[in-house]
Design a protein around this ligand. Structure first.
Ligand code: NAP
Length: 235
């Protein structure tokens, strides 16, 4: 029995470690120096490529442990496993509980539209989601990501940092740059929650991008539950 674990999250790394030799971890190759153990790297080539890969290597199940915003990969995993009749599990950390004070938006385009002229914005959205902000020369942006962005907003600073982040560190950063708005994705988890708490303490407006809608598949929230699912399949 072999399990393909679609990664890109800390949970995927922990799951692949827990499953050991029965699992292969797959990463997109976005991060230059991933923290992950042994893994394969790179896209499969859409649904067709993934279907072929699963078939050729004889995988018996797939666990989609990609980031909650990696919607394309999740859709591809759904289509490919459906066509092959393979069991698919989604490992997804719960979103942060919605706060009344947040301005909630459905996507990054709406997030950019919600930022008023003259704002000093902390963009904590990763290096690949900046497009809607690239034409905004009427705002100042502090852009933080693990990987260097290819293009950045016309006015602002870039910070290359890898989570986790502490509350005191986030507060100091937002104060230093006189941030008025925080734009982020509802990623959930503990590694990046400090920015939300810091914004709340400092009275900074939070613009929260909601998670994309994904195919309805069996979903668990913890690595332990995902391991149990694999064990059950093997019984
Ligand atoms: P995406 O839009 O869903 O995926 C784009 C393409 O990247 C997929 O169609 C696939 O290419 C390839 N890909 C994605 N995840 C892969 C994996 N685990 N193994 C092999 N190929 C993969 O995803 P994304 O938003 O660009 O994110 C890319 C990776 O970064 C994901 O693994 C995700 O978990 C991680 N990540 C994303 C975010 C975020 O905010 N989006 C944040 C943190 C980490 P093919 O179609 O050629 O197979």
């Amino acid at each position: 029995m072999t399990v393909l674990v679609l990664g890109g999250t800390a949970e995927a790394r922990a799951l692949a470690t827990a499953l050991g030799a029965v699992a292969e971890l797959s990463l997109a190759g976005v991060t230059q120096k991933p923290l992950a153990q042994a893994h394969r790297v790179g896209g499969f080539g859409g649904v067709k490529g993934l279907t072929d890969y699963l078939g050729a290597k004889g995988f018996t199940s797939v666990i989609d442990a990609t980031h909650p915003f990696a919607a394309q990969m999740s859709r591809n995993a759904y289509e490919a496993t459906l066509s092959l009749g393979l069991p698919l599990l989604r490992l997804e950390r719960p979103p942060w509980a919605s706060e009344a004070a947040w301005q909630k938006v459905p996507d990054m385009l709406r997030a950019a539209k919600a930022v008023p002229t003259g704002a000093r914005v902390f963009l904590s959205i990763g290096s690949q989601s900046l497009e809607p902000f690239l034409q905004r020369d009427d705002i100042w942006c502090l852009t933080r990501s693990i990987e260097p962005p290819v293009q950045v907003p016309p006015r602002g600073d870039v910070l290359l940092q890898r989570p986790p982040f502490a509350l005191a560190q986030e507060q100091a950063l937002m104060r230093k740059h006189s941030i008025s708005h925080l734009v982020c994705k509802n990623a959930g988890g503990v590694a990046t929650i400090a920015k939300i708490k810091a914004a709340e303490v400092l009275g900074i407006q939070v613009i929260m991008v909601k998670r994309p809608r994904l195919p309805a598949v069996l979903t668990v929230e913890t690595v332990a539950e995902a391991v149990k699912w694999v064990e059950k399949l093997g019984e």
